[in-house]
Design a protein around this ligand. Sequence first.
Ligand code: ATP
Ligand code: MG
Length: 414
Amino acid sequence: MILKPKGTYDVWGNDAIKLERINRLIEYFCEFYNYDYIRTPIFEAKDLFHRSVGDETDIVQKETYDFKDRSDRELTLRPEGTAGVVRSFIENKMYGESLPKKLFYNGTMYRYERPGNGRNREFTQFGVEILGSNDPAIDAEIISMPYRLFEELGIKDLNVKINNLGSKEDRENYKKALVEYLKPHLDDLCEDCKRRFEVNPLRILDCKVDADSDILKNVPSILDYQSAESTARFKKVIEYLDYLDIDYEIDDKIVRGLDYYDYTVFEIVSENEALGGAATIAAGGRYNDLVEKLGGPSTPCMGFASGLERVMLAMEDVEKNPLEVYIMYVNEEEKLKAITLAQDLRISGVSCDYDTTGRSLKSQFKEADRNNARELVILNSEDLKLGLITVKDNITKEETKVDENEIIDYLVSR
Ligand code: ATP
Ligand code: MG
């Protein structure tokens, strides 16, 4: 027997019901927040991720699935969604259209990681990107939208953490202070951080090994190295979040695992035990320089991505939607009526089903109950001769005979 590859999983049963609920809510939210759907390839040129996500990030250093195709092209399975969306924005000249572009995606990502607790090698991210606006109201929307969505899914114990990374100059100033501070402690940092110190010291704040050490706890705060402009911008974001009634905590250690972020960055954390304590279920930030870096015109952007496997773990179990109608029959004449009626009900927006395994009438009743059917349509030849159909309300157990020509309208209105 061949088993699934390590770090992948099948979605079925309860998980499938949860995932469907999530996907429906995503579509509903994106419609009302005015985001358009975008789908980009699952593999892209390897260089795209090196240039956008950053050579020194964990993702590019240790986690990408890189491969060569039969013509020796260097390709990578996408580890995240933003790089592909930005590439598409530039390649399709979307910057020439009315801005901002508000886009959402929902698809599989690939990272070679150690699996467990909402961490997989193939996983699903839902994400949103707003390209072409630097308005702090966008920052507030990008933070509040997933927060409200998670609330709607019934996820409790949500925690928003935000930070301000400022402009490139602000970060350069901070980097100098950080290097100055870390230099005497270098020997006590992990091997990865020693390397990060040379190439990208800011990444050290994102280290999972050294996170709890006193050295990292006492680093200078990036918030003390912001220009007046950047600080004022961040204040505006906070003000809008207050107006939107979103609770947040300012956390000056958040830099996020990707290099392209500037100004506002944030995480939404769920404390749910199924996730092994606290886990980030959505994260994002501004990336005002990335479009230009990838060859497009200067375009301020902001986005977030949410790992749906973690959202599923943070959610309570949900019940499958009850079936609206279950149709019952015994003989072939009744069966013909059952299959045509089922088709007509389905295209009229009524969910329904009927038996296809030769069950007795008695076990058809049981099957209807297993599906939580609201209405039972009980076909019998005697009724059909008179042009009538028996409908039984499966909750009140009340029976009604309905004119065959009015059965669809009757059931649609129930
Ligand atoms: P972490 O710190 O947990 O490794 P990250 O910084 O790598 O997260 P991002 O790259 O910002 O995460 O991705 C955004 C979201 O995608 C995460 O908050 C998480 O919900 C989800 N995610 C990231 N990696 C995985 C994975 N391997 N399996 C499942 N979900 C993931
Ligand atoms: Mg990671």
